[in-house]
Design a protein around this ligand. Structure first.
Ligand SMILES: NC(=O)c1ccc[n+]([C@@H]2O[C@H](COP(=O)([O-])OP(=O)(O)OC[C@H]3O[C@@H](n4cnc5c(N)ncnc54)[C@H](OP(=O)(O)O)[C@@H]3O)[C@@H](O)[C@H]2O)c1
Length: 377
């Protein structure tokens, strides 16, 4: 009998002690094959406080000390977007594998540079687009691969949150690479890229607020297949926060908040309303008589009522697939890093590096059209 050799857990160091660093530290014990061994901050007191809260064995008061800690295998970069390029390069140049928060970088050029450093040094690198590793997203990819909704025609996704505009609001800061599109729109762009690949054209628009970044934005992506993606983001108000994938044989709905879904609703095409059958003929009849002979307001009111009741009856029968997960879900991306590193894979097939570059290119194209440049660009 050959005993299986246990794989040593991946030893993590977190770079930065902000909001998401704390979430990652709390989720990490839920990951298979992960051990949090060190924290790095710009100063010792913050590092020590984080280490005490999260029971981290080693606290470093400088990022350089963290990346050079020989007890650390992988670094999670949890600093604001304008620092990702610098901090990922710091970790790679110290021969550490890296998981970097979204948005991956400030722009496509920075993303290309980091990917080339990681590849030249044979190190693992991945954008921390945690949504992709949640069970509902695995289910979504399986359904699409099985052709459950046929050929994908449209992707819709909204991520709008009301974020208060305070003096320290990273998300409103141009210097920090903020704005609704970079911080929240990137989720929808990532979803569209995961499902449809690289778009052949990108049209975008956004409204710049007093701090110089976009308060809300939207984009229309067009694909060689004929598919389109319609994406929106906001930091000024809460949007629908839903996503839908529409195919030739049905649609899949990701209810709010779609970027951390615990269920999917699958609507086969047969369950969608069509203007056929007895009620359909009656509805179509009301519409044509309204169009033909005045009395539009009265007839339309009647039509609207019966139409919506009929649609609701026919449409409200999705197949509901529950895919819950524990914690906030960041441990699942950490498990993927551990799996890849153990297999000596330098990137994850679920979040490939060329896709992170393509996502940054799409974000860039929309930013260019709304006139948002970051310092140094
Ligand atoms: N996955 C998600 O759901 C999610 C959620 C929120 C944010 N994020 C992403 O995670 C990244 C960090 O966001 P966050 O909300 O955690 O930010 P945050 O709370 O502001 O923390 C950022 C940390 O970066 C470090 N830092 C280094 N240089 C800095 C500088 N010049 N100014 C401010 N902080 C600096 C600080 O740690 P030290 O003081 O210890 O050095 C700070 O605590 C962003 O890219 C964001 O988009 C992801």
């Amino acid at each position: 009998v050959i005993a299986s050799i246990p794989i040593a857990p991946l030893r993590w160091g977190i770079l930065g002690t902000g909001t998401i660093a704390g979430v990652f530290a709390r989720d990490l014990p839920l990951s298979e094959g992960a051990k949090l061994v060190a924290i790095g901050s710009r100063n010792s007191s913050t590092a020590n406080a984080f280490a005490a809260t999260h029971k981290v064995p080693q606290a470093h008061g400088a990022y350089a000390d963290l990346v050079n800690d020989d007890q650390v295998d992988a670094i999670y970069v949890a600093t604001p977007a304008h620092l990702h390029a610098e901090h990922v390069a710091l970790a790679l140049n110290a021969d550490k594998h890296v998981l970097c928060e979204k948005p991956f970088t400030l722009n496509g050029a920075q993303a290309r540079e980091l990917v080339s450093v990681a590849r030249s040094k044979n190190l693992f690198l991945m954008e921390a687009m945690w949504t992709r590793f949640l069970p509902a997203m695995h289910q979504l990819r399986t359904l699409l691969a099985e052709g459950a909704i046929g050929e994908v025609l449209q992707v819709h996704a909204d991520l709008g949150l009301a974020v208060a505009l305070g003096p320290k609001a990273r998300i409103y800061s141009r210097e920090f690479g903020g704005g609704s599109w970079m911080d929240l729109g990137t989720y929808g762009v990532s979803l569209a890229h995961m499902i449809l690949g690289k778009p052949e054209s990108v049209q975008g628009a956004g409204h710049l607020v007093e701090t110089g970044v976009d308060g809300h934005a939207a984009a229309l992506l067009k694909y060689a297949s004929g598919a389109v993606a319609l994406l929106s983001s906001s930091i000024q108000s809460a949007g629908s926060q839903e996503a839908a994938i529409v195919g030739t044989k049905g649609r899949i709905h990701l209810p709010a908040p779609w970027w951390c879904p615990v269920e999917l609703h699958v609507y086969p095409l047969d369950d969608r309303p069509s203007l056929s059958g007895r009620i359909g003929r009656r509805v179509a009849g009301s519409v044509s008589s309204a169009l033909a002979g005045g009395g539009m307001a009265r007839t339309t009111a009647g039509w609207g009522g019966s139409m919506s009741r009929w649609m609701a009856r026919r449409a409200a029968r999705p197949q509901r697939l529950h895919r819950p997960f524990s914690g906030i879900g960041l441990h699942l991306e950490a498990s993927e890093v551990a799996r890849c590193v153990a297999a000596r894979d330098l990137e994850s097939p679920l979040m490939p590096l060329n896709e992170s570059i393509a996502i940054m290119d799409t974000l860039d194209q929309v930013r260019a059209q709304m006139g948002l440049k970051f310092p140094g660009e």
